[in-house]
Ligand binder design. Structure first.
Ligand code: ZN
Length: 245
């Protein structure tokens, strides 16, 4: 299984507050989540690389793409966005973390503004697992807390999710659909709210477990691919299909 962790990793994030928490970039912290499984290959890609680090060659070798972006969504080339979304429709899994709710590929896949309410004041968050039998919730406690996390509150302008796995509750009383799933084409999509860049969220063991589980869940399955379009098969062929005499 091949995972690509994409981070905008803008030069401004390579020093300052974010670098104090994630000296090698938060993509490397996310990459480390998978380090104990030798059957998973993880590579990182960043926005400043040619083709935003996601040329066809990289996507050819990606089963699940994990996306973290915040302030520089506009710097992602539309051609790259199209390519990523096409891959999702063909079966590549994708996980959007935190502020990636405003990334171009997420908005394109959702078709809505994906806007929400936010506040960064160092307050905490309590998360609740509200879909305990979901594979992404495997081994995750019923409830857990993050000492500090940026508040994301409803209304979150996304289409009604296929499934809501986690709910977030913040010190200001706001609530949020923090872990939600979608299917688009043959691809599986998970959006997960925690992950503000100046808090050590990606070192949290429960968060790591959820991201690990989500990557397993989103990895492409091999379903029978239906034939789409014109179905004018000759009559004798159709009869064979149903074993008619
Ligand atoms: Zn944030």
């Amino acid at each position: 299984m091949n995972i690509t962790v994409w981070n905008e990793y803008h030069p401004k994030h390579q020093s300052g507050k974010t670098a104090k928490v994630y000296p090698n970039g938060l993509h490397n912290a996310i990459k480390d989540i998978f380090k104990d499984n030798p059957e998973i290959n993880v590579r990182c890609a960043t926005q400043e690389e040619p083709e935003n680090g996601l040329p066809d060659k990289v996507l050819d070798e990606t089963d699940v793409l994990i996306w973290w972006g915040h302030n520089w969504h506009e710097n992602v080339l539309d051609s790259v966005v199209d390519r990523v979304c096409q891959r999702v429709l063909k079966g590549m899994g994708i996980i959007f973390l935190h502020s990636s709710h405003e990334s171009k590929p997420f908005k394109k896949l959702m078709g809505t503004t994906c806007s929400l309410k936010w506040r960064e004041d160092g307050g905490g968050e309590r998360l609740w697992t509200i879909n305990p039998s979901h594979p992404i919730a495997y081994g995750v406690p019923e409830t857990f807390t993050l000492e500090q996390e940026e508040m994301y509150g409803e209304f979150f302008d996304v289409p009604t999710p296929d499934e809501i796995v986690f709910l977030g509750w913040f010190e200001g009383g706001e609530v949020f659909r923090s872990g939600i799933t979608y299917r688009r084409g043959y691809g599986k999509i998970f959006y997960f709210q925690p992950g503000h860049e100046t808090y050590p969220i990606f070192y949290d063991k429960t968060i790591q477990k959820i991201i690990y589980n989500a990557a397993m869940w989103a990895s492409p399955s091999a379903p029978p691919r239906p034939t789409l379009g014109s179905t004018y098969t000759p009559k004798h062929e159709r009869r064979k299909l149903f074993k008619w005499k």
